[in-house]
Design a protein around this ligand. Sequence first.
Ligand code: ATP
Length: 301
Amino acid sequence: MIGASLGAAAYERASEISAILAVANPVGDRRLARLSSRPDVVLALSGIGISFGGVKALSDVDLEVEVGEIRAVIGPNGAGKSSLINIISGLYHADRGRIAIGGQSFSRVPASRLARLGVARTFQNLALFGGLSVRNNIACGRVHTRRASFVEHIAGLPRARSEDAGIAEKTDQIVAFLHLESVADRLVATLPYGLQKRVELARALVAEPKLLLLDEPMAGMTATEKAEMAGFVRAARDRHGVTIILIEHDIGVVMGLSDRVAVLDYGRKIADGTPAEVRADPAVIRAYIGTAEGENGEDIR
Ligand SMILES: Nc1ncnc2c1ncn2[C@@H]1O[C@H](COP(=O)(O)OP(=O)(O)OP(=O)(O)O)[C@@H](O)[C@H]1O
């Protein structure tokens, strides 16, 4: 992500305006209501906009994501990709528009209820606990399922014990799924970067999300690590039925992995279709050539 953070007061003000504008957008609301009532649509965005100071990071973005899709969001640096994921996960609040997740509609996604809404995410810059083991980092992804109190845990009461056993079992399953057995007891900070990215994926998957948001899961990886990660992402969809939204700069990976691709440029969606459609779209080619070919290591053709 680029740029400085805005203050909390500015976010509050922007969100108040957002609520007013959302009410004043009945066409968008009707469209969203129609989309979110479809059982095959996991996520629908309607008219999403957000500005930071004078910078319009996103303008009037619509997006729908169907169950079981791998849906990429691409675009040159600063196009608004991370802002979009941050809005879907409740980290940012849009100034305009609405978001429907699993049939529930929001102007602000409640970040504290994200896991219960069936959404998990990874971050562009790793957000792991370096001083904890791989296994413990992964287990953190299931804390929202705990019902037993702190006292029940300290006293080792039956409900707490059975919850711990359930978390340990799910953690073991994901460790095996992502081939992390040999490093499961190592401290995360001692692992190479590519493996740390895999641990972050594991922590998101252990929550058994319906929708998984991956913000540059292959950034900084070698070609071999990227191919491995792409295989795991595909397997998460194929074997666990997870719907995936993927931000990724490596266009080769995106085109090989995604069912549909949305393209952002200067905060606007300029294309949305299959990889072949997007690759042939003149507006997309222009957007990428406009970034000074090769600047980001990206070439759409
Ligand atoms: N918290 C923030 N405070 C101020 N400006 C922001 C903030 N988040 C994003 N922006 C601005 O919004 C625009 C879009 O940024 P964003 O990070 O969403 O783009 P991106 O497509 O993910 O870029 P990259 O590929 O470089 O990560 C940029 O101009 C950025 O500087």
